[in-house]
Write a protein of this length. Structure first.
Length: 367
């Protein structure tokens, strides 16, 4: 298992004295948000991108980075990570600026019609257009409900793995029954010796899993080989010494509570999507989704567009390829909004010298 991909282009400072002025701000760095950068770039509209996650790729990388996707046109199969990597290569000519690990907390209209945006890290923007590509909202980990455990959050209690090497040689307890829990348990039990955990104990409330059957079978095989352990039960308590978490109590379905020593506790209960501040921006909503038109995917507020799973309209299908289509039309809608006095002509990347110049490629010569 590889780490989530890192920002590939530019990571902006989170706190700036003056607002960043831009023509376009994209909220969400998943596949649709990244493709929105491309479509805007073709129309020579530079974008800044904000995402609540600390890495690029959105739901694809956060929830199923190594699982296959089969419905991307002309790509028979790719993983969420591979799709994100390809999109990042595609948008390189447009040099977008990324602001990661921060939520958009404020969106308001200024007297001159532009939009003022602020984030949870204090980054401020003044933008002429906003593209909301936030999927089903920002993802927050579902936390472990055990008295006193929260004080170890970020030190010995982890809901995400950002640096796998930090767990090398440690006694790990991993909690959960989905792909993330199984994948990381297998990784830390079988990776190269220098990066391997000293011990791995997987805890899940039942013997059934939501993970890939092949991963479950491999886990059971490793348990039989005494390479790791699996306990059926739930964590009900913890013990500490000198300010350090030393063990957790696992109440088994057999009525026995076991004390399991550890150095690190990794919890993968899944991520809970939250619409968050978007719900309070005064935009028309229907079942917690943003209502848009199907001409330019504009919301009820001029200059604010919504693409991907966050929007709704008659016949909406929550597919990545649908989001790509929406991003293209939203870009043209934004171009008309930004430059109402000039017509935006449709050009083709195959034949347009102007687009070749924008993309930094040579125009082919045909005999």
């Amino acid at each position: 298992m590889r780490m989530p991909i890192e920002p590939a282009i530019t990571e902006a400072a989170s706190r700036l004295a003056d607002p960043i002025e831009t023509d376009a701000l994209i909220v969400g760095a998943g596949p649709v948000g990244l493709f929105q950068v491309f479509e805007l770039g073709l129309l020579e509209i530079k974008a800044h991108v904000v995402d609540s996650l600390p890495h690029l790729g959105g739901q694809c990388v956060e929830l199923y980075p190594d699982k296959p996707i089969y419905d991307i046109p002309a790509v028979p199969v790719c993983t969420g990570r591979e799709l994100t990597d390809s999109l990042l290569r595609q948008i390189e000519p447009f040099h977008p600026t990324f602001h990661l690990g921060q939520d958009v907390t404020e969106l308001r209209r200024l007297d001159d019609g532009r939009l003022a945006v602020a984030t949870s890290k204090g980054t401020r923007f003044i933008t002429r257009t906003v593209f909301i590509a936030a999927g089903v909202g920002s993802f927050q980990p579902r936390t472990l409900k055990v008295d006193g455990i929260e004080r170890f959050d970020g030190t010995q209690l982890h809901y995400r793995v950002q640096d796998p090497d930090a767990f090398a040689g440690k006694d790990l307890v991993i909690v959960g029954g989905g792909d993330s829990a199984l994948d990381w348990a297998l990784h830390f039990a079988t990776c190269e010796p220098a990066r391997r955990a000293h011990s791995v104990v997987l805890v899940h409330r039942r013997d059934g899993f939501r993970a890939a059957p092949s991963s479950v079978a491999r886990m059971h095989a490793l348990c039989e080989q005494h390479e790791m352990q699996f306990l059926v039960g739930q964590i009900t308590g913890c013990e500490s010494r000198d300010g350090l978490l030393t063990e957790v109590k696992v109440a088994g379905n057999d009525g026995i509570t076991r004390r399991v020593p550890l150095h690190m506790l990794l919890v993968f209960f899944g991520l809970s999507p939250k619409l968050g501040p978007i719900a309070h921006w005064g935009l028309a909503l229907e079942r917690r989704q943003l209502v848009v038109d199907t001409e330019k995917f504009q919301t009820s507020e001029p200059g604010i567009f919504a693409v991907g799973d966050i929007n709704t309209y008659p016949g909406k299908k929550k597919l990545i390829l649908s989001g790509f289509h929406e991003a293209a039309l939203a870009a043209f809608g934004a171009a008309d909004y930004l430059h109402p006095d000039r017509k935006t002509h449709l050009q083709y990347t195959t034949t347009s010298p102007k687009l070749h110049q924008v993309l930094g490629v040579e125009t082919p010569v045909f005999d």
